[in-house]
Design a protein around this ligand. Structure first.
Ligand code: 5RP
Length: 221
């Protein structure tokens, strides 16, 4: 069974008529967005706030009306994916490079529902290299500052050039192996002037839906 599809579609249970929804980015929430599109065709009245250009394109194709984050006071529910989840429901996100907009949208959401296949669940964060969005100016300097925290960051590349984010920044992928104190690491990285935001989402997720290929779904809260 397609675990991502199962998790993505399960999240539709959190959607109610009239809601403003944050629409995450990635191959799991893809299924949520397609499902929402079908519900909109059947008459569901929702508005979406997209977390990336890719999601904006997908949602518009699916027929979901979109609004800008600046035009809403708050978001009822955001549904998004994750690259890693620990038992405290802290997350690593940003595998798709959309971490900044994802965190901005999550920060004004009353509820953050994460959808993932069960392979993303891990006792400690850090197996997945932590994506950190940095400004292009002096990125090597920022990289050195991050290295001092105990990892060897790699500049994310696409087609032979640094991959620009939707915000025109770069991503450094930082393999920390084991992140014992996610909040402390997020704080110290955010203190670096060249760091725009990190993919550590600490105490932000309310619900995590994990699906397995056998069809089993776990909901963690
Ligand atoms: C994008 C993200 C994604 O939500 C994360 O990478 C998970 O993606 P997928 O559902 O494709 O595994 O954080 O920035």
């Amino acid at each position: 069974m397609n675990a991502k599809k199962l998790a993505g579609e399960k999240a539709l249970e959190y959607v109610k008529d009239g809601m403003v929804l944050g629409l995450g980015t990635g191959s799991t929430v893809y299924w949520t967005i397609l499902g929402l599109g079908e519900l909109v065709i059947k008459g569901l009245n929702i508005k979406g706030v997209a977390t990336s250009k890719a999601t904006e394109d997908l949602a518009l194709k699916a027929g979901i009306p979109l609004v800008d984050i600046s035009d809403v006071y708050e978001i009822d529910v955001t549904i998004d994916g994750a690259d890693e989840v620990n038992p405290d429901l802290d997350l690593i996100k940003g595998g798709g490079g959309a971490l900044l907009r994802e965190k901005m949208v999550a920060s004004v959401s009353r509820k953050l529902v994460i959808v993932a296949d069960e392979s993303k669940y891990s006792a400690h964060l850090g197996k997945f290299p932590l994506p950190v969005e940095v400004v292009p100016f002096g990125w090597q300097t920022t990289m050195k500052q991050i290295s001092a925290k105990g990892c060897e960051p790699k500049l994310r590349m696409k087609n032979g050039i640094p991959m620009p984010t939707d915000n025109g920044n770069y991503i450094l992928d930082c393999p920390f192996d084991k992140i014992e104190y996610p909040a402390a690491l997020a704080f110290s990285l955010n203190m670096m002037p060249g760091v725009v935001e990190t993919g550590l989402f600490v105490k932000m997720a309310d619900t995590v839906i994990l699906a397995g290929t056998s069809g089993e779904i776990q909901v963690k809260e």
